[in-house]
Design a protein around this ligand. Structure first.
Ligand SMILES: [Zn+2]
Length: 267
């Protein structure tokens, strides 16, 4: 232990250390940590102001301890659901998708001789929503979310499920209203969603959605409208092939889960 400071030094230290240089103040503090005698001398030389301050702090602490900790409000279940499942950016895209399907339904009712636009658009109906659900441009919290342990494929699947929860009933309604096969409306929709997720692991979800949408439109939708005939891929015999493709693509997407764990520039 260092030597006891002179009582006058302790008194001046108690008065705020005026007139003491930094080295003296520091040595007094080091000594006080290990010397109960000098601590009690310091307590005896405290000014009235210091005592009043200490009394106020002690009373405040005692009051706080008696009251106990502030109750922690449990998070509202809705806020968690909202954070995980919904991105507000999806709303306009989902509204647009439902509006396009409604137009296809109206057209099929007015002009039954035209190949069913509900069937032709079913595969690409969920793609705008899926692309936006995993787009860093549309989600202001993307960087934050992508850095969390829950990011990656599970989050993409939850958001994709949110999109399908809107698109699938809309497709089913439009399909039932126009009398087309429900399996032929829904299976291609699910297959293209799985294909977007699978391809998204390689080239990014947005690029995959845009690429598949453009490919389907050029290869199937435009020729069908031009020739006024439904393509063979949308005839009842193709249902097993669509079911098989959906399962295979979903399995492939699951096997590429690690592709969604990186913060890559193309997502
Ligand atoms: Zn001492």
């Amino acid at each position: 232990m260092t030597t006891h400071p002179h009582p006058a030094v302790i008194t001046r230290y108690a008065e705020g250390g005026s007139g003491l240089d930094d080295a003296t103040v520091w040595s007094v503090e080091v000594h006080l940590e290990g010397c109960p005698g000098c601590r009690s001398r310091l307590a005896g030389t405290a000014t009235d102001d210091t005592r009043a301050l200490l009394d106020r702090v002690a009373a405040g602490l005692a009051e706080g301890i008696e009251a106990g900790p502030d109750p922690v409000r449990p998070p509202r279940p809705w806020s968690a659901v909202h954070r995980r499942w919904l991105v507000w950016a999806l709303l306009p895209w989902l509204t647009m998708t439902v509006a396009v399907l409604a137009c296809a339904f109206v057209l099929a009712s007015v002009r039954p001789e035209v190949p069913s636009l509900v069937l032709l658009l079913a595969p690409v109906a969920p793609l705008p929503g899926v692309a936006v659900a995993w787009s860093r441009r549309a989600d202001p919290a993307w960087e934050l979310i992508a850095g969390t342990p829950a990011a990656g494929l599970p989050m993409l699947l939850r958001r994709t499920a949110s999109v399908l929860a809107v698109v699938v009933p809309a497709l089913a309604l439009a399909g039932a209203g126009t009398g087309v096969s429900l399996a032929l409306a829904l299976l291609p929709c699910l297959a293209f969603t799985a294909a977007t997720v699978a391809l998204g692991a390689v080239v990014g979800v947005r690029r995959a959605a845009v690429g598949l949408g453009v490919l389907w439109t050029l290869a199937v939708v435009l020729p069908s409208v031009a020739t006024m005939h439904l393509p063979v891929v949308l005839r009842p015999g193709s249902v097993p092939a669509w079911a098989l493709a959906t399962v295979a693509l979903a399995a492939f997407a699951a096997s590429r889960a690690s592709g969604f764990r990186r913060l890559s520039s193309h997502n």
